[in-house]
Design a protein around this ligand. Structure first.
Ligand SMILES: [Zn+2]
Length: 245
């Protein structure tokens, strides 16, 4: 099978429709030619448009050109062939597929049926994604008002640093804090490396150190946590979960 034919067959399988041909115009004979090959066979032959059409569409165009009073006494110019083509066909602005004008829906916005469907699907997905995002924002805004949400809004490493500073300031040790919480040294050492610091644990630490919780949640100078829609940016990362979610 010639490469040209193979291409046509592949296209056909994809579209499940009639064979498509290149539209050429023989300027000396004043006739349109449908060709599987794009290649120029004679110097009189010009490709009218890069888009391909069916045999039926070729016949439609030929009929239109023969019928025109204007072309009774002379052969149409190629620009006129192009003009008549545009009168009866619509070329998809996305894929270049040629559809009869009377089979086109204005609502498709210059797309073919297939591309318009695809466009609609994408719009639907976009809309759904936006809806999901807004829902997430609403949930986060509720969550950040809870005591656990307030703790989760600050990375545990920052809280850990604040606690350590306070411990040092009070002349205590982290080991003493661990004893108070009934934590092993090992548990204490990784407490602020976990993804989440439990609000009850933090409260117990703050009570022991007699420090207000806000102080433990304070952002150190020079640290600016990135925000998105008024919420901590890292909450939007895939691995963030609200507690009890
Ligand atoms: Zn298309």
């Amino acid at each position: 099978m010639a490469e040209q034919e193979k291409r046509v067959v592949r296209f056909k399988n994809k579209r499940k429709m009639a064979k498509l041909f290149h539209l050429k115009y023989d300027i000396s004979a004043g006739q349109i030619i449908l060709d599987q090959s794009k290649a120029k066979m004679s110097h009189n032959e010009l490709l009218v448009l890069p888009n391909r059409i069916t045999e039926r569409q070729g016949a439609m165009l030929k009929e239109r050109l023969t019928d025109r009073f204007l072309y009774k006494d002379r052969k149409p110019f190629i620009s006129e062939v192009e003009y008549e083509f545009g009168k009866i066909f619509s070329v998809c602005k996305s894929c270049g597929f040629v559809t009869d004008r009377d089979k086109i829906n204005k609502a498709w916005g210059g797309l073919c049926r297939k591309c318009f469907r695809k466009y609609q699907e994408e719009k639907k997905k976009e809309y759904q994604a936006n809806k999901d995002y807004l829902k997430k924002i609403r949930k986060f805004k509720e969550y950040i008002k809870t005591s656990q949400g307030m703790v989760d809004a600050v990375p545990p490493q920052v809280i850990g640093s604040n606690i350590r500073m306070e411990v040092i300031r009070q002349g205590k040790t982290m080991r003493e804090v661990a004893r108070h919480l009934n934590l092993s040294d090992k548990q204490m050492s990784v407490l602020f490396d976990n993804k989440r610091l439990d609000v009850d644990v933090l409260q117990a630490i703050c009570e022991y150190l007699m420090m207000p919780m806000e102080k433990a949640l304070r952002q150190p100078r020079g640290v600016r946590l990135k925000r998105q829609d008024g919420l901590p940016r890292f909450w939007f990362e895939d691995d963030f979960r609200m507690k009890n979610e």
